[in-house]
Design a protein. Structure first.
Ligand SMILES: Nc1ncnc2c1ncn2[C@@H]1O[C@H](COP(=O)(O)OP(=O)(O)OP(=O)(O)O)[C@@H](O)[C@H]1O
Ligand SMILES: [Mg+2]
Lengths: 239, 453
């Protein structure tokens, strides 16, 4: 990616974010910082508040309380493909490039087709694409504006292992080029393997912020795999 | 916003089946409703059998004014109903039985003879025959009414001619003059005036006090009295010939042609379904495709998206309604000189329907639910707007009027009708009403969109 080379400065900083829907708290006082080029995995059970957190970071929802500082462009890839299935791959990219006021629309579209390896499928309607390819278009749209921070909400859902491997290869490249990537996932090994840091949410609260090794250590290191360690961790905290 | 609009049109182009349904169905429905409404008011077909020998003319009294031409009478009849000329009674009966015509009118061969006898000393009752098919009681009674009205009119005409003739006789009786009878030939009639004068002169020559002079004086007084009173009888006869004359004036309600009304209904129904379904569906689709949050996050805000959907609705309104009107042009008369008004009605009507559709789309948030709701609301509202005043009680009609005013169909129908025909409702009032409705629904949509993502 063209230049988001940064030092270790904070790319995104959240303080005390809270959000409730109809009086039910979805997010309670969540704070964290992510640095440029960092891969932050957000994990937690269903309804923990992962999507709520990411959509606040994306600016789709406002937080009820707390502050957020995001210097620069934020790319957002929602949970589930947000695409027009009747339009072709290229048309989807072009539309969102125009809506995001990308300076060089055609250049941006070509670049994303290349990066997502979808050049041959450019004129196919999205409806005819496999779920994995749809997800790639979905992610490509989030990258059109060359954001400093990329938010991915469960990006690997529905992808086969090979597609998933390709996706992470792609994401690691981005991070290597300096893009901060914050992603949520239910595939815990993805959090363990690719996440440089983990943010664990449960019932809207941040219950852990650290590396996977630190999470293992927090439950005494007795569990031999990460998944067991994670479940034990949540049980200990009463979730 | 332009790109979103292009995107929506692209999506539509890629969904030919939906587009076809979205256009064909409302157009078909609109045309059907429009013509079903006006069909009842169209001229009924009536078989017409004239058995009167062609050469015969009806002459009551003397002079050109006494002539009644059967051909002219036929013309009068056929301006009210569509006449189907038949050659025999059997053919007339067959046509009625087949339902090809709803009635047959038969003028028997001796009709003129009997009519003539009315002015003679031995009057006979003239009769015409009407055959009716009672299969369709509504239409049958309609025809009954029309034929009855025609006969009444004919009777009036005849009684006027007969009273004119009677007046001529009276005039002759009063003033005297030449009179001719077919067999006897022409002779002179003295007349009451003249008789009075002669008697007066004769009376003057008789010796005073003679019984003859007294008798002549009595006859003279009678002659004067009779003349004076018969003078009054003349205008009285005229009054009898046409006791009540009707001066029909339409003071309220729509005076535009039925054709125009049918087109306006067809156009309004089409406009409503196409626009409401399209906008509601298209807005709901943004959410179903999960794209709403993504596009409203960019430079197109929620309000921008709403405006885009309204534009989409207006574009579709113009396209489909003009298509419909163009398709109807060979069948009915459309005054294209009023095109700017028609366009204004379509654009503002389209905007109101689009806003209404957007509200449905924003509230239902699902394509299928929005389509269903659009149908469930639109159709009854349209029918409600077609309920004529006077068919329900006043209180109910007031409620109907309020409900109508809250939805775009009624003002859109008024605007289209007024735009198509100068005799229709006021276009400006209807457009202002539509704008108010459009703004109200746009506000409702905007509020509903807050909970959309
Ligand atoms: N639009 C909304 N209206 C009402 N409640 C909501 C809304 N969005 C989320 N919530 C509630 O907020 C809480 C957190 O939801 P969120 O979608 O953030 O969870 P999540 O961690 O992403 O779950 P999952 O793993 O299933 O995606 C849940 O209780 C959810 O029901
Ligand atoms: Mg989620």
């Amino acid at each position: 990616m063209s230049g988001h080379e940064r030092d270790g400065a904070a790319a995104i900083e959240a303080r005390g974010l809270s959000k409730s829907f109809d009086g039910r708290a979805a997010l309670r006082d969540v704070s964290f910082t992510a640095r440029a080029g960092e891969l932050l995995a957000v994990i937690g059970p269903n309804g923990a508040g992962k999507t709520t957190l990411l959509s606040i970071l994306a600016g789709i929802r406002g937080a009820d309380a707390g502050t957020l500082s995001v210097p620069g462009e934020v790319g957002w890839v929602p949970q589930g493909a947000a695409l027009y299935r009747r339009l072709t791959v290229a048309e989807n990219l072009r539309l969102f490039a125009r809506l995001e006021r990308v300076a060089d629309v055609e250049g941006g579209v070509e670049r994303m087709l290349e990066q997502a390896r979808l050049a041959e499928r450019r004129d196919d309607q999205v409806a005819t694409l496999s779920g994995g390819n749809q997800q790639r278009v979905n992610i490509a749209i989030g990258l059109l504006s060359e954001p400093a921070v990329l938010l991915l909400d469960e990006p690997s859902t529905g992808l086969d292992p090979r597609q998933r491997a390709r996706l992470w290869e792609f994401v690691l490249d981005l991070a290597g080029a300096g893009t901060t990537v914050i992603y949520s996932t239910h595939h815990l090994h993805e959090a363990e393997r690719y996440g440089s840091r983990l943010l664990v949410l449960a019932d809207g609260e941040r219950v852990f912020d650290g590396t996977s090794a630190e999470l293992h250590a927090a439950v005494g290191g007795g569990e031999h795999d990460f998944e067991s360690a994670f479940v034990a961790f949540l049980r200990e905290r009463g979730h | 916003m332009r790109w979103l609009l292009i995107k929506d049109l692209q999506i539509l182009r890629r969904s030919p089946l939906i587009v076809a349904l979205l256009i064909v169905y409302p157009v078909a429905l609109g045309v059907l409703i429009g013509f079903a409404l006006s069909a009842d008011n169209s001229k009924p077909r009536v078989a017409f059998l004239n058995e009167i020998p062609e050469t015969e003319q009806l002459q009551i009294g003397s002079g050109g004014s006494g002539e009644i031409d059967p051909a002219q009478a036929r013309e009068q009849l056929c301006s009210r109903v569509e006449c189907v000329d038949v050659d025999s009674r059997a053919e007339a009966e067959q046509k009625v039985t087949d339902g090809d015509v709803i009635a047959a009118l038969i003028l028997p061969p001796d009709l003129l003879d009997k009519l003539r006898s009315l002015a003679s000393l031995n009057p006979q009752e003239p009769k015409v025959e009407v055959l009716v098919n009672q299969d369709d009681p509504v239409k049958a009674s309609l025809v009954d009414d029309r034929i009855q009205a025609l006969i009444t009119e004919a009777n009036l005409l005849l009684s006027q001619r007969i009273s004119d003739e009677a007046a001529n006789y009276l005039d002759l009786l009063i003033k005297g003059g030449e009179f001719s009878l077919p067999v006897v030939g022409s002779f002179d009639v003295l007349g009451l005036q003249q008789a009075g004068r002669i008697l007066h002169a004769v009376g003057g020559q008789l010796p005073r006090g003679s019984p003859a002079r007294e008798a002549v004086a009595r006859v003279t007084r009678f002659a004067d009295l009779a003349r004076q009173n018969l003078d009054f009888a003349l205008p009285l006869l005229g009054a009898v010939a046409e006791p009540i004359s009707v001066d029909k004036q339409v003071v309220a309600g729509n005076t535009s042609e039925l054709d125009t009304f049918a087109i306006a209904v067809a156009a309004a129904v089409t406009l409503m379904f196409v626009t409401v379904l399209l906008v509601a569906g298209s807005l709901a689709l943004e959410r179903e495709e999960n794209a709403f949050a993504r596009i409203t996050r960019g430079l197109v805000g929620t309000t921008g998206l709403l405006v885009e959907k309204l534009l989409l609705g207006i574009v579709a309104s113009i396209a489909v309604t003009l298509l419909l009107l163009a398709a109807l042009t060979p069948l009915v008369s459309i005054d294209w000189g009023r095109a700017p008004l028609i366009l204004a009605a379509i654009v503002v009507g389209g905007a109101a329907f689009a806003a209404f559709g957007a509200a449905i789309g924003a509230l239902t948030r699902e394509v299928r639910a929005s389509s269903l709701l659009a149908f469930m609301i639109s159709l009854p509202i349209a029918f409600l707007s077609l309920v004529p005043s006077g068919t329900v009680s006043g209180g109910v009609f007031d409620v109907i009027r309020v409900v109508r005013a809250l939805f775009p169909f009624d003002p859109a129908l008024d605007a289209l009708q007024g735009a198509l025909d100068s005799a229709g409702p006021d276009v400006v009032t209807a457009l202002v009403h539509l704008l108010a409705v459009a703004v109200a629904y746009a506000v409702i949509s905007r509020v509903a969109l807050r909970r959309f993502a």
